[in-house]
Write a protein that binds this ligand. Structure first.
Ligand code: Q9C
Ligand code: ZN
Length: 353
């Protein structure tokens, strides 16, 4: 399996995230990707490459998933932030005001001129700092997703997009959960555009893949499945329940498998099997796996108890779908374990593929 890694990833390096009224050090750090790269060098699965995707092609692939209004905002956010106050050049961009979606409460159709207000329209939390290099880093990650999709369209059994920043919480026009561009959705859409008529996304991150769900919610050609911590108690809280089955032509093409905090491997694995059965019933021609390693017992912000050796079995189970598969890198905050856990999953897949 080839790995495409993002040479610009370290340009995105947040200082602090808001947590329960305090600013705490960011969990989503550049070293996460370095640990995965180091482990891939120790236990090679295939070539390690930088994605070669022309700017115009990358922009087109991103525009298939995200709105122009949102990508324009991301591209110019840093300059607007610094223009508000030159001292902002030393601070990360974080929102502090949001339009509630309650009926007759606030409007989301008017784009305010004030940048802090605009930020609140496009960001759903104060945990996802943005800085000078974020746009460059996010585009580099998306390029990995495009390159991995092309690799699979070209006949490879699998490819790994070692994306950072992560992507599965980012929607058509919003950022959050440390995510800016939805790399998994970009890969899935690239697979559709490359000729796959049915693509499945099976999200194994601890957190519900809300952005991916929203992007494909009304579509019958992309099945979205997510196994995650129950949003009644777990982030992102406001989406990810079992009764969200899709809408319009997409009705029946979204499956959420929420599990209680504290769930161990046996019960998690049973939910994964249920997800894999849905992928099979759908008749997918290709699979995208947003791969979060925050299901790990040692993860500092999550609540499942998977062990390092369990990830070999996770990879094996994913291979049993028998589909060309793109992996994207999502969460996983036990930094010194994230490399071994990620490569275990991919190695388990390769052994069984
Ligand atoms: N004290 C991903 O795994 N906040 N995003 C958690 C922690 C956000 C996770 C609060 C978690 C986002 C890609
Ligand atoms: Zn996560």
């Amino acid at each position: 399996m080839k790995t495409f890694h993002n040479p610009h990833q370290a340009l995105h390096q947040g200082q602090q995230e808001m947590f329960r009224g305090r600013l705490v050090p960011c969990h989503e750090v550049p070293a996460r990707l370095d640990f995965v790269l180091n482990e891939l060098q120790r236990r090679p699965l295939g070539a390690l490459e930088i994605p070669m995707v022309a700017d115009t092609e990358l922009e087109a692939a991103i525009a298939r998933v995200h709105t122009q209004r949102y990508t324009d905002f991301l591209a110019s956010a840093w300059d607007h932030w610094v223009a508000m106050d030159p001292a902002n050049a030393q601070r990360d961009v974080l929102p502090s005001v949001w339009p509630l979606s309650n009926q007759h409460a606030f409007r989301a159709d008017v784009l305010p001129t004030n940048f802090a207000a605009r930020l609140g329209l496009f960001a759903f939390d104060a945990g996802s700092p943005l800085m000078a290099g974020t746009w460059m880093a996010a585009r580099g990650g998306a390029a990995c997703a495009v390159a991995a999709a092309r690799e699979v369209l070209g006949g490879a059994r699998s490819a790994f997009a070692l994306t950072r920043p992560p992507g599965h919480h980012a929607g058509p026009d919003f950022l959050g959960g440390y995510c800016f561009l939805n790399n998994a959705a970009i890969a899935a859409q690239a697979l559709v555009d490359g000729g796959e008529s049915r693509v499945a996304v099976l999200d194994v991150d601890y957190h519900h893949g809300n952005g991916t769900q929203t992007i494909f919610y009304e579509r019958a050609d992309v099945l979205t499945v997510s196994v995650h911590g129950d949003p009644m108690t777990e982030y992102p809280f406001f989406l990810g329940h079992a009764d969200e089955r899709g809408a319009g032509p997409g009705t029946g093409f979204n499956l959420n498998l929420p599990l209680p905090r504290g769930t161990g491997f046996a019960a998690w694995r049973a939910a994964l099997d249920q997800g894999l059965q849905a992928v099979k019933d759908f008749g997918a021609g290709a699979l995208v796996v947003p791969m979060g390693l925050d299901t790990f017992e040692g993860d500092p912000i999550s609540g499942f108890t998977l062990k390092t050796e369990d990830y070999l079995a996770v990879g094996e189970a994913l291979a049993s779908a028998g589909l060309p598969t793109v992996f994207t890198f999502e969460g996983g905050y036990a930094v010194d374990a994230v490399g071994v856990n990620a490569v275990n999953l991919l190695e388990g897949f390769e052994r069984a593929a």
